[in-house]
Design a binder for this molecule. Sequence first.
Ligand code: PGA
Length: 268
Amino acid sequence: MQVIIFDDAQQVAENAAEWVAELVNKKSAPVLGLATGSTPISLYQQLVNKHQLGQLSFKNTTSFNLDEYLGIAADNAQSYRHFMNENLFDHVDIDKTKTFLPTCNQGENPREQGLAYEEKIKQANGVDLQILGIGANGHIGFNEPTSSLASRTRIKTLTQQTLTDNSRLFDEHEFQPTLAMTMGIATILDARYVLLMATGANKAQAVKDMVAGPLSAMCPASALQMHENAIILLDKAAASELEDQDYYQWANNQNIKINQEFGLYHNY
Ligand code: PGA
Protein backbone atom coordinates (compact mmCIF):
# COMPACT_ATOMS: atom_id res chain seq x y z
CA MET A 1 0.00 0.00 0.00
CA GLN A 2 1.16 3.49 -0.76
CA VAL A 3 -0.18 5.73 1.99
CA ILE A 4 0.03 9.46 1.22
CA ILE A 5 -0.97 11.98 3.87
CA PHE A 6 -2.01 15.51 2.89
CA ASP A 7 -2.71 18.60 4.98
CA ASP A 8 -6.37 18.79 4.01
CA ALA A 9 -9.21 17.33 1.95
CA GLN A 10 -8.65 19.77 -0.91
CA GLN A 11 -5.14 18.44 -1.48
CA VAL A 12 -6.48 14.87 -1.39
CA ALA A 13 -8.94 15.76 -4.17
CA GLU A 14 -6.29 17.55 -6.23
CA ASN A 15 -3.93 14.60 -6.01
CA ALA A 16 -6.68 12.10 -6.84
CA ALA A 17 -7.55 14.19 -9.91
CA GLU A 18 -3.92 13.99 -11.04
CA TRP A 19 -4.08 10.19 -10.93
CA VAL A 20 -7.29 10.14 -12.96
CA ALA A 21 -5.96 12.68 -15.48
CA GLU A 22 -2.76 10.66 -15.89
CA LEU A 23 -4.74 7.57 -16.85
CA VAL A 24 -7.34 9.28 -19.01
CA ASN A 25 -4.73 11.26 -20.95
CA LYS A 26 -2.40 8.29 -21.35
CA LYS A 27 -4.64 5.43 -22.38
CA SER A 28 -6.59 5.33 -25.63
CA ALA A 29 -9.61 3.57 -24.09
CA PRO A 30 -9.40 4.16 -20.33
CA VAL A 31 -11.73 2.36 -17.95
CA LEU A 32 -12.51 4.14 -14.69
CA GLY A 33 -14.15 2.67 -11.64
CA LEU A 34 -16.16 5.37 -9.92
CA ALA A 35 -17.59 5.90 -6.46
CA THR A 36 -20.36 7.97 -4.92
CA GLY A 37 -20.56 9.52 -1.44
CA SER A 38 -19.41 12.84 -0.03
CA THR A 39 -15.68 12.20 -0.38
CA PRO A 40 -15.30 11.97 -4.19
CA ILE A 41 -17.43 15.07 -4.87
CA SER A 42 -14.39 17.35 -4.65
CA LEU A 43 -12.48 14.98 -6.95
CA TYR A 44 -15.25 15.25 -9.54
CA GLN A 45 -15.17 19.05 -9.22
CA GLN A 46 -11.46 18.94 -9.99
CA LEU A 47 -12.08 16.73 -13.04
CA VAL A 48 -14.83 19.05 -14.30
CA ASN A 49 -12.45 22.02 -13.88
CA LYS A 50 -9.74 20.25 -15.83
CA HIS A 51 -12.21 19.41 -18.57
CA GLN A 52 -13.46 23.01 -18.76
CA LEU A 53 -9.87 24.23 -19.01
CA GLY A 54 -9.40 21.90 -22.00
CA GLN A 55 -6.90 19.72 -20.14
CA LEU A 56 -8.96 16.55 -19.97
CA SER A 57 -11.36 14.74 -22.28
CA PHE A 58 -13.46 11.73 -21.30
CA LYS A 59 -14.52 11.08 -24.91
CA ASN A 60 -12.98 7.61 -24.96
CA THR A 61 -13.56 6.72 -21.32
CA THR A 62 -15.77 3.90 -20.10
CA SER A 63 -16.85 3.91 -16.46
CA PHE A 64 -18.19 1.38 -14.00
CA ASN A 65 -19.65 2.55 -10.71
CA LEU A 66 -19.20 0.56 -7.55
CA ASP A 67 -22.80 0.36 -6.48
CA GLU A 68 -26.42 1.40 -6.89
CA TYR A 69 -29.47 1.20 -4.66
CA LEU A 70 -32.08 -1.42 -5.38
CA GLY A 71 -35.63 -0.34 -6.06
CA ILE A 72 -34.79 3.25 -6.95
CA ALA A 73 -35.37 4.49 -10.51
CA ALA A 74 -32.51 6.14 -12.40
CA ASP A 75 -34.37 9.47 -12.43
CA ASN A 76 -34.90 9.40 -8.65
CA ALA A 77 -32.75 12.14 -7.10
CA GLN A 78 -31.39 9.56 -4.62
CA SER A 79 -30.10 7.18 -7.29
CA TYR A 80 -26.38 6.94 -7.80
CA ARG A 81 -27.00 7.42 -11.53
CA HIS A 82 -28.45 10.82 -10.66
CA PHE A 83 -25.48 11.56 -8.38
CA MET A 84 -23.02 10.74 -11.16
CA ASN A 85 -24.89 12.82 -13.74
CA GLU A 86 -25.04 15.79 -11.37
CA ASN A 87 -21.48 15.63 -10.12
CA LEU A 88 -19.60 14.50 -13.22
CA PHE A 89 -21.24 13.10 -16.34
CA ASP A 90 -23.40 16.14 -17.18
CA HIS A 91 -20.36 18.44 -17.06
CA VAL A 92 -17.82 16.51 -19.12
CA ASP A 93 -17.73 14.95 -22.60
CA ILE A 94 -18.14 11.33 -21.51
CA ASP A 95 -20.43 9.18 -23.70
CA LYS A 96 -23.18 8.28 -21.21
CA THR A 97 -23.89 5.02 -23.04
CA LYS A 98 -20.45 3.93 -21.82
CA THR A 99 -21.16 4.75 -18.16
CA PHE A 100 -22.42 1.75 -16.20
CA LEU A 101 -23.85 1.19 -12.76
CA PRO A 102 -24.82 -2.18 -11.28
CA THR A 103 -28.55 -1.65 -11.52
CA CYS A 104 -31.32 -4.06 -10.72
CA ASN A 105 -34.72 -2.74 -11.68
CA GLN A 106 -38.13 -3.99 -10.64
CA GLY A 107 -38.70 -7.51 -11.99
CA GLU A 108 -35.03 -8.17 -12.72
CA ASN A 109 -33.11 -10.95 -11.02
CA PRO A 110 -30.27 -9.50 -8.91
CA ARG A 111 -28.15 -12.64 -9.35
CA GLU A 112 -28.34 -12.43 -13.13
CA GLN A 113 -27.74 -8.68 -13.01
CA GLY A 114 -24.62 -9.20 -10.88
CA LEU A 115 -23.21 -11.75 -13.32
CA ALA A 116 -24.02 -9.50 -16.26
CA TYR A 117 -22.16 -6.59 -14.65
CA GLU A 118 -19.08 -8.74 -14.11
CA GLU A 119 -19.25 -9.78 -17.76
CA LYS A 120 -19.56 -6.17 -18.93
CA ILE A 121 -16.43 -5.21 -16.96
CA LYS A 122 -14.59 -8.14 -18.52
CA GLN A 123 -15.67 -7.13 -22.02
CA ALA A 124 -14.25 -3.65 -21.39
CA ASN A 125 -10.92 -5.33 -20.55
CA GLY A 126 -11.19 -4.62 -16.83
CA VAL A 127 -11.00 -1.48 -14.72
CA ASP A 128 -7.74 0.48 -14.94
CA LEU A 129 -8.24 2.73 -11.93
CA GLN A 130 -10.88 2.21 -9.29
CA ILE A 131 -11.81 5.22 -7.12
CA LEU A 132 -12.90 4.25 -3.61
CA GLY A 133 -14.13 5.90 -0.45
CA ILE A 134 -14.30 4.03 2.85
CA GLY A 135 -17.21 3.70 5.24
CA ALA A 136 -16.76 4.45 8.94
CA ASN A 137 -17.28 0.68 9.33
CA GLY A 138 -14.52 -0.12 6.84
CA HIS A 139 -16.79 -0.93 3.90
CA ILE A 140 -15.73 -0.38 0.30
CA GLY A 141 -18.57 -0.05 -2.17
CA PHE A 142 -21.43 -1.56 -0.21
CA ASN A 143 -19.31 -4.51 0.87
CA GLU A 144 -20.24 -4.36 4.52
CA PRO A 145 -18.26 -6.05 7.32
CA THR A 146 -18.37 -9.87 6.97
CA SER A 147 -18.55 -9.58 3.16
CA SER A 148 -16.59 -12.37 1.55
CA LEU A 149 -13.17 -11.21 0.42
CA ALA A 150 -13.84 -13.30 -2.71
CA SER A 151 -17.21 -11.66 -3.42
CA ARG A 152 -18.39 -10.52 -6.87
CA THR A 153 -21.10 -8.09 -7.93
CA ARG A 154 -24.25 -8.99 -6.04
CA ILE A 155 -27.15 -7.82 -3.91
CA LYS A 156 -26.26 -6.72 -0.34
CA THR A 157 -28.21 -5.80 2.74
CA LEU A 158 -26.88 -2.56 4.23
CA THR A 159 -25.87 -2.42 7.88
CA GLN A 160 -27.59 -0.21 10.40
CA GLN A 161 -24.45 1.93 10.65
CA THR A 162 -24.41 2.57 6.90
CA LEU A 163 -28.13 3.36 6.91
CA THR A 164 -27.61 5.79 9.79
CA ASP A 165 -24.51 7.36 8.16
CA ASN A 166 -26.42 7.89 4.90
CA SER A 167 -29.73 8.97 6.45
CA ARG A 168 -28.45 12.57 6.39
CA LEU A 169 -28.97 12.48 2.64
CA PHE A 170 -32.66 11.51 2.83
CA ASP A 171 -35.62 13.66 3.88
CA GLU A 172 -37.57 12.52 6.89
CA HIS A 173 -40.36 10.82 4.92
CA GLU A 174 -38.28 9.79 1.92
CA PHE A 175 -37.82 6.08 1.12
CA GLN A 176 -34.28 5.00 2.08
CA PRO A 177 -33.35 1.71 0.42
CA THR A 178 -31.89 -1.01 2.63
CA LEU A 179 -30.66 -3.13 -0.29
CA ALA A 180 -28.10 -2.34 -2.95
CA MET A 181 -26.17 -3.93 -5.78
CA THR A 182 -22.41 -3.64 -5.31
CA MET A 183 -19.23 -4.77 -6.98
CA GLY A 184 -17.69 -7.45 -4.77
CA ILE A 185 -14.35 -7.23 -3.03
CA ALA A 186 -12.76 -9.56 -5.60
CA THR A 187 -14.21 -7.35 -8.37
CA ILE A 188 -12.52 -4.32 -6.80
CA LEU A 189 -9.23 -6.20 -6.36
CA ASP A 190 -9.24 -6.99 -10.09
CA ALA A 191 -8.73 -3.29 -10.95
CA ARG A 192 -5.18 -2.53 -12.09
CA TYR A 193 -4.96 0.37 -9.63
CA VAL A 194 -7.15 1.30 -6.70
CA LEU A 195 -7.20 4.82 -5.33
CA LEU A 196 -8.91 5.16 -1.96
CA MET A 197 -9.69 8.62 -0.61
CA ALA A 198 -10.49 9.17 3.07
CA THR A 199 -10.93 12.46 4.86
CA GLY A 200 -12.11 13.47 8.32
CA ALA A 201 -11.63 12.10 11.83
CA ASN A 202 -14.70 9.86 11.57
CA LYS A 203 -12.72 7.67 9.12
CA ALA A 204 -9.57 7.45 11.27
CA GLN A 205 -10.37 4.10 12.92
CA ALA A 206 -11.47 2.47 9.65
CA VAL A 207 -8.28 3.75 7.99
CA LYS A 208 -6.17 2.27 10.78
CA ASP A 209 -7.97 -1.08 10.46
CA MET A 210 -7.49 -1.01 6.67
CA VAL A 211 -3.79 -0.14 6.68
CA ALA A 212 -2.45 -1.71 9.87
CA GLY A 213 -5.14 -4.10 11.00
CA PRO A 214 -5.39 -7.78 10.23
CA LEU A 215 -6.71 -8.81 6.85
CA SER A 216 -10.28 -9.45 7.86
CA ALA A 217 -13.79 -9.56 6.47
CA MET A 218 -14.71 -7.38 9.46
CA CYS A 219 -12.87 -4.54 7.70
CA PRO A 220 -13.53 -5.10 3.98
CA ALA A 221 -11.06 -2.33 3.04
CA SER A 222 -8.25 -4.38 4.62
CA ALA A 223 -8.49 -6.58 1.50
CA LEU A 224 -6.57 -3.79 -0.26
CA GLN A 225 -3.49 -5.06 1.60
CA MET A 226 -3.58 -7.83 -1.01
CA HIS A 227 -3.59 -5.39 -3.95
CA GLU A 228 -0.40 -4.76 -5.85
CA ASN A 229 -1.19 -1.11 -6.60
CA ALA A 230 -3.29 0.36 -3.80
CA ILE A 231 -2.87 4.09 -3.25
CA ILE A 232 -4.40 5.52 -0.09
CA LEU A 233 -4.88 9.29 -0.05
CA LEU A 234 -5.62 10.70 3.41
CA ASP A 235 -5.98 14.05 5.06
CA LYS A 236 -4.35 14.49 8.46
CA ALA A 237 -7.58 13.82 10.34
CA ALA A 238 -8.22 10.49 8.59
CA ALA A 239 -4.57 9.51 9.17
CA SER A 240 -4.61 10.51 12.83
CA GLU A 241 -4.87 6.94 14.22
CA LEU A 242 -1.99 5.59 12.11
CA GLU A 243 1.13 4.90 14.15
CA ASP A 244 3.69 5.20 11.35
CA GLN A 245 2.79 8.58 9.90
CA ASP A 246 6.42 9.76 9.79
CA TYR A 247 7.39 6.66 7.83
CA TYR A 248 4.63 7.19 5.25
CA GLN A 249 5.68 10.82 4.76
CA TRP A 250 9.30 9.81 4.39
CA ALA A 251 8.54 6.92 2.02
CA ASN A 252 6.43 9.23 -0.10
CA ASN A 253 9.30 11.72 -0.36
CA GLN A 254 11.55 8.87 -1.47
CA ASN A 255 8.96 7.79 -4.07
CA ILE A 256 8.86 11.32 -5.47
CA LYS A 257 12.65 11.20 -5.88
CA ILE A 258 12.53 7.72 -7.44
CA ASN A 259 9.82 8.88 -9.86
CA GLN A 260 11.87 11.96 -10.76
CA GLU A 261 14.86 9.79 -11.53
CA PHE A 262 13.20 6.86 -13.27
CA GLY A 263 9.85 8.27 -14.39
CA LEU A 264 6.38 7.33 -13.22
CA TYR A 265 5.59 3.67 -13.55
CA HIS A 266 1.93 3.10 -14.19
CA ASN A 267 1.11 -0.30 -15.49
CA TYR A 268 -2.21 0.56 -17.09
P1 PGA B 1 -18.62 9.11 2.25
O1 PGA B 1 -18.89 7.56 2.06
O2 PGA B 1 -17.66 9.53 1.20
O3 PGA B 1 -19.99 9.74 2.09
O4 PGA B 1 -18.06 9.28 3.61
C1 PGA B 1 -17.82 6.71 1.78
C2 PGA B 1 -18.31 5.29 1.69
O5 PGA B 1 -19.30 4.94 2.36
O6 PGA B 1 -17.71 4.51 0.95
